[in-house]
Design a protein around this ligand. Structure first.
Ligand SMILES: [Mg+2]
Ligand SMILES: [Zn+2]
Length: 196
């Protein structure tokens, strides 16, 4: 269990992060550890959150598993590689949650509608229960509309970053959603402002 006692401003807060296009460069379906490349500055920014004592949780849609493109085991190896890359900057992720499902999947075990695929808030609710997190004090950062909606559906604040699909997402935002989120150039700026 992460120690959040150092974080006086935001007790039981967590930082939820989308993975592809937010922490690592989105090169399409990441189906092997070798394809993982961090966005410049992302690891250092995550290290600052670690130092603040706030848990960092990745919530990622991985329908490639339902689509038979890679397996749960490969995903584990990809996240192990992410841990190694983050470690180089003394950064770490406290927990990974992923949704392997998709209604159009070809692997029967994962071919289903579910409550965890973003924009559904299932991964956030599970994390909150398992890690004693106050979602109303937490934030979700991501590059797609489904990230923002999932964060808001879970009761978190939501920040759009202009990395990955972020610029495209921003252009397509309707004003009602736009008024409920903030927009930052990258994870670095988003974390800097959130920690203020
Ligand atoms: Mg993304
Ligand atoms: Zn799911």
């Amino acid at each position: 269990m992460p120690d959040t006692s150092k974080s006086n401003l935001k007790p039981n807060a967590a930082l939820f992060l989308d993975r592809d296009g937010t922490v690592n460069i989105d090169t399409g379906y990441i189906d092997s550890p070798e394809k993982l490349q961090l966005i410049p500055g992302a690891a250092e920014a995550i290290a600052r959150v670690n130092q603040a004592g706030v848990p960092v949780i990745i919530v990622t849609n991985q329908s490639g598993i339902a689509r038979g493109m890679y397996t749960e085991q490969t995903l584990k190896e990809i996240h192990h590689r992410m841990d190694e890359l983050l470690q180089e900057a003394d950064a770490h992720v406290d927990a990974y949650y992923h949704c392997p499902h998709h209604t159009e999947g070809i692997v029967p075990a994962y071919q289903q509608a579910c409550k965890c695929r973003k924009p559904e808030p299932g991964m956030f609710l599970t994390a909150a229960a398992e890690m004693n997190i106050d979602l109303s004090k937490s934030v979700m950062i991501g590059d797609k509309r489904s990230d923002l909606e999932a964060g808001l559906n879970a009761g978190c604040a939501a920040i759009l970053v202009r990395t990955g699909n972020g610029v495209k997402t921003e252009r397509a935002l309707d004003s009602s959603l736009k008024s409920n989120i903030s927009v930052e150039n990258s994870l670095v700026n988003a974390i800097e402002n959130w920690l203020k």
